[in-house]
Design a protein around this ligand. Structure first.
Ligand code: SF4
Length: 288
């Protein structure tokens, strides 16, 4: 693994308001850049605003994030809306083992009884199990693991610095013991590479087995820097798939007919294992 360059910065504000409530309205990201090195990462483009072209190795750390967050949460007009932690970059990437900013954030969420979603591909989230458990007794907490493949050979290529799919399910199983809801985000499904019946079946059956409240699938979207990077990756690592793959990606989204067929298969598997696709249900129950 290449050595990382950590660059400490100050955040003006901790929370970013989203234009579209989906259905949460706020994002919190501690780090800019991400060490998991997912070859399809949608956030790659954001690094050029920082003057860096190395999204995976130049990691910017918002060292004052806890103080900045408290300023926002303590405002009288703050309505305790759901905050999505790690919507752009993973808050439990390797840098978090060094900077340890999440415990301070979680303590604030407990103090203000603020509902949250944590999306991660990392086992490090287990370090904060007790804090997350405590918060889940007070308000809505959702722990979502993004799981794209159960094939370790593929995972080591597409997400080389993250943990295995099996370990991510292990994380969800632990949080199943708390009052947090747990979800599986099968995003992105990569045509020809991770969309096979065996892989989809393995992910959805594991989601059932760990008691996931919901499973959300989504196909790969390619544009800008991510498109350039991912096409080069496919050509290098999977030359035998490349031509067919490129044909499916004439535009940003995968070919429509392909997607229709894919979702028929995925929905059939969800029905077979009776895994819901509604992430709203646990939120509505806990927030009423
Ligand atoms: S974990 Fe998320 S932010 Fe990090 S590299 Fe992967 S896709 Fe990008």
């Amino acid at each position: 693994m290449q050595e990382k360059n950590y660059k400490e910065i100050e955040a003006g504000t901790a929370l970013t308001e989203l234009k579209r409530k989906i259905p949460y309205g706020w994002d919190l990201n501690i780090y800019r850049g991400c060490q998991h090195m997912c070859q399809y990462c949608y956030a790659m483009y954001s690094h050029k605003y920082l003057g860096s072209d190395d999204f995976f190795n130049d990691i910017y750390v918002k060292t004052n994030i806890v103080e900045a967050l408290e300023k926002q949460l303590s405002q009288e007009n703050w309505k305790r809306e759901v905050i999505n932690i790690g919507g752009v970059t993973d808050s439990y990437q390797e840098a978090e083992a060094i900077y340890q900013l999440m415990p301070g954030i979680l303590k604030l969420m407990i103090k203000y009884k603020n509902p949250i979603i944590i999306s991660t591909k990392s086992k490090l989230v287990l370090r904060d199990y007790d804090l997350i458990d405590e918060l889940a007794q007070l308000t809505y907490v959702n722990i979502a693991a993004t799981i794209t493949t159960m094939d370790e050979g593929v995972r080591e290529k597409i997400e080389p610095e993250s943990c295995s799919g099996q370990e991510r399910f292990g994380v969800l199983k632990e949080f199943r013991k708390t009052q947090a809801s747990i979800g599986v985000h099968v995003m992105p499904i990569i045509p020809l590479l991770t969309d096979g019946e065996e892989n989809m079946d393995a992910i959805i059956s594991n989601a059932k087995d760990c008691g996931a409240d919901y499973l959300l699938p989504g196909t790969l979207y390619l544009r800008g820097d991510t498109r350039k990077h991912f096409l080069a990756f496919m050509e290098e690592e999977y030359p035998q798939l490349f031509d067919d793959f490129e044909l499916l990606y004439k535009t940003g989204g995968a070919d429509k007919a392909y997607k229709t067929k894919l979702y028929v298969r995925v929905n059939a598997l969800r029905d077979k294992y009776q895994v819901s696709s509604s992430y709203m249900k646990p939120m509505r129950e806990k927030m009423k």
